[in-house]
Design a protein around this ligand. Structure first.
Ligand SMILES: *[C@@H]1O[C@H](CO)[C@@H](O)[C@H](O)[C@H]1NC(C)=O
Ligand SMILES: *[C@@H]1O[C@H](CO)[C@@H](O)[C@H](O)[C@H]1NC(C)=O
Ligand SMILES: *[C@@H]1O[C@H](CO)[C@@H](O)[C@H](O)[C@H]1NC(C)=O
Ligand SMILES: *[C@@H]1O[C@H](CO)[C@@H](O)[C@H](O)[C@H]1NC(C)=O
Ligand SMILES: *[C@@H]1O[C@H](CO)[C@@H](O)[C@H](O)[C@H]1NC(C)=O
Ligand SMILES: [Cu+2]
Length: 570
């Protein structure tokens, strides 16, 4: 494959107009080419008009559809005028293409305004995946969408359905991404606060009569903010809903009034079917659920998303499940109220109920080669509020880790602090219930893992400096992990390792760390590259809640020049 960076003359000179040839991973499937113009446009997804980052004018972006084994090629033209970008293909492991992960500062330099960058990768597994901006907090501004990878013709899945629909869940602020990011980096910190709206497939409804929205820019009669239809059902048919959450802050509960859901897929892996009245979905997760249109077809039904895990201040996100094609027919009932925001026990219970389908259990190594205990804390560091892991808050370096590590130029990442955070902390003396010591450090450091080694990670929650313990959905790039256990309180290796599910754990790429609890996962470090592992809350990762894993860097081979051109990588 040939990458032709179309850069401005200055940069082109820096890069010596180099045309880079490199081998793309072998693939037999179809190649899907997409060209995306990324630009700000005025949008009113919840009646309130503001700038949103769009793809070819669309918000959210188009769903990418492919079949297992196909190659996706996306040529990104950055028309954001004054803003860099980078797009992450969430859930795609990028085997053989670690430079296409889209994580600015980890796997590539930012795509500058006016530049073009081409992502090329293979979708090696069927399932429901996501894509989104991975530069600063840009995802807050709306650059996101879904990826649906089907099984090849003739391959069957362990369930059947008549039709499928995508359901992308988001939260939405009226403040710009700049106001949010600058606020978080300020002293005193200005928090992003709760979102104004929850969006379902990019649509929500803000109450324009509220004083803050009075005047121009909020128009309840705008067609963009009419009540959206989730889908129109034919009585008796079964629908697969491919649900993904790309909220920036909120954990959600999704309910379809009067209809139960059967969970059959999570993050691209088949689930031992579990029937739920409503589904808890954390940012970065995807699920497929089956819904049968078995209710009174003369009625229509609310689909509602509700904030959980934070004291709910945001109205529910609403859409309508219809049986008739009459779009002007709203449900005659009130929308469901949703579960109590602080009902953590129900959320933990549902997390634990998601295990692998009996015919699709991926056998796992019996024990790890290495175990990391990652303590999640909020710290004050250099007079700024930060999130840290074992006392270290991650700063994305100006030279991407993949570049500096491949070129073995330690000086390009944080040489002073390149030793990673400690593997563990003094768990016997640490009190997770009292605010942590008001210290810590900011560093661009990485854990270096043995290629092919088996790594356990126990994420340990604590209380933040405000005395509350939050939900943190952790997402691993480049791998799936087995979800071994969710525990309450403080992890005790002497007792809790025995609670790990080694029989039928589900594999996922995103997992919830519940308030005041711990979550244990296991993965094989078998994908040469440098991979981010981070909390999927935009504000939290922006404040440093992330670690970096390097494995098999010597096996990565020649990097495409197009990912370079920043920091000291030229
Ligand atoms: C919208 O806000 C106004 C003013 O606060 C209030 O009177 C009205 O009931 C709200 N409407 C809805 C549908 O919540
Ligand atoms: C609100 O939207 C409706 C429908 O598009 C339009 O007719 C009306 O002029 C708009 N009102 C304002 C104040 O922009
Ligand atoms: C659609 O629903 C509206 C409101 O319930 C009703 O007035 C109208 O007659 C319906 N139209 C059709 C074609 O059924
Ligand atoms: C949830 O919060 C309410 C107040 O908002 C409180 O009354 C209730 O006890 C809390 N429930 C739990 C399980 O913490
Ligand atoms: C944090 O402060 C405590 C008490 O002053 C000290 O013992 C510890 O070494 C400090 N930790 C870091 C990471 O600086
Ligand atoms: Cu978090």
């Amino acid at each position: 494959m040939m990458m032709v960076p179309s850069r401005r003359p200055l940069l082109a000179a820096v890069l010596c107009w180099s045309l880079v040839l490199f081998a793309a991973p072998a693939a037999e499937g179809k190649v899907h080419h997409h060209t995306w113009d990324i630009a700000y446009r005025y949008k009113s997804p919840d009646c309130f008009e503001k700038l949103a980052v769009t793809i070819n004018g669309e918000f959210p972006g188009p769903t990418i559809r492919a079949t297992q084994g196909d190659t996706i090629v996306v040529t990104v033209n950055n028309h954001l005028e004054t803003e860099n970008t980078g797009i992450h293909w969430h859930g795609i492991r990028q085997i053989g293409s670690p430079w296409a992960d889209g994580t600015v500062g980890v796997t590539q330099c930012p795509i500058l305004p006016g530049e073009t960058f081409t992502y090329r990768f293979v979708v090696d597994r069927p399932g429901t995946y996501l894509y989104h901006a991975h530069y600063g907090m840009q995802r807050v501004a709306g650059l996101d969408g879904m990826i649906v990878v089907s099984v090849p013709a003739g391959v069957s899945e362990p369930f059947s359905y008549d039709e499928e629909h995508t359901v992308l869940l988001m939260d939405w602020w009226h403040k710009s991404v700049y106001e949010q990011a600058v606020g978080l980096a300020s002293d005193p910190l200005v928090f992003v606060n709760e979102p104004q709206s929850l969006l379902i497939n990019g649509r929500g409804r803000f109450n324009c009569s509220q004083s803050q929205a009075a005047g121009v820019g909020c128009n309840a009669s705008s067609p963009e903010c009419s009540l959206p239809t989730l889908f129109t059902a034919a009585p008796g048919k079964t629908y697969r809903l491919r649900i993904g959450s790309l909220t920036s802050l909120s954990s959600l509960n999704l309910e379809i009034q009067g209809h139960s859901m059967t969970v059959v897929e999570a993050d691209g892996h088949y689930v031992n079917p579990v029937r739920v009245g409503s589904l808890f979905v954390y940012s970065g997760e995807t699920y497929s659920v089956l819904v049968t249109a078995d209710q009174d077809p003369s009625m229509s039904y609310w689909a509602a998303s509700h904030v959980v895990g934070r004291d709910r201040k945001t109205p529910s996100g609403l859409a309508v499940l219809r049986y008739s094609r009459n779009e002007s027919d709203p449900p005659r009932t009130l929308p469901p109220a949703g579960p109590a925001w602080n009902d953590t026990a129900s959320r933990v219970r549902q997390s634990r109920s998601i295990v692998a389908h009996p015919a699709h259990v991926e056998p796992l190594p019996a024990r790890p080669d290495r175990a990391l205990l990652l303590l999640n804390t909020q710290n004050r560091i250099n007079n700024r509020l930060k999130w840290a892991v074992n006392g270290v808050s991650l700063a994305f370096p100006p030279t991407p880790f993949l570049v500096s590590m491949t070129m073995k130029r330690g000086g390009m990442y944080d040489q002073q602090k390149q030793r990673p955070p400690p593997e563990t902390y003094d768990y016997r003396s640490y009190d997770i219930a009292s605010p942590p010591a008001a210290n810590g450090t900011v560093a661009s450091a990485a854990y270096r893992l043995g290629l092919g080694s088996v790594v356990d990670v126990v994420l340990q929650n604590t209380v933040a400096l405000n005395g509350k313990s939050e939900t943190h959905p952790w997402h691993l790039h480049g791998h799936d992990f087995w979800v071994l256990a969710y525990g309450e309180g403080k992890f005790d290796p002497d007792k809790d390792v025995a609670k790990f599910n080694l029989r039928d754990p589900i594999m996922k790429n995103t997992v919830a760390l519940h308030p005041m609890g711990w979550t244990a996962v296991r993965f094989r470090a078998d994908n040469p590259g440098v991979w981010l592992f981070h909390c999927h809350i935009e504000a939290h990762v922006y404040m440093g809640m992330a670690v970096v894993f390097e494995e098999g860097i010597d096996k990565v081979g020649r990097l495409p020049k197009a990912i370079m051109g920043c920091g000291r990588s030229t």
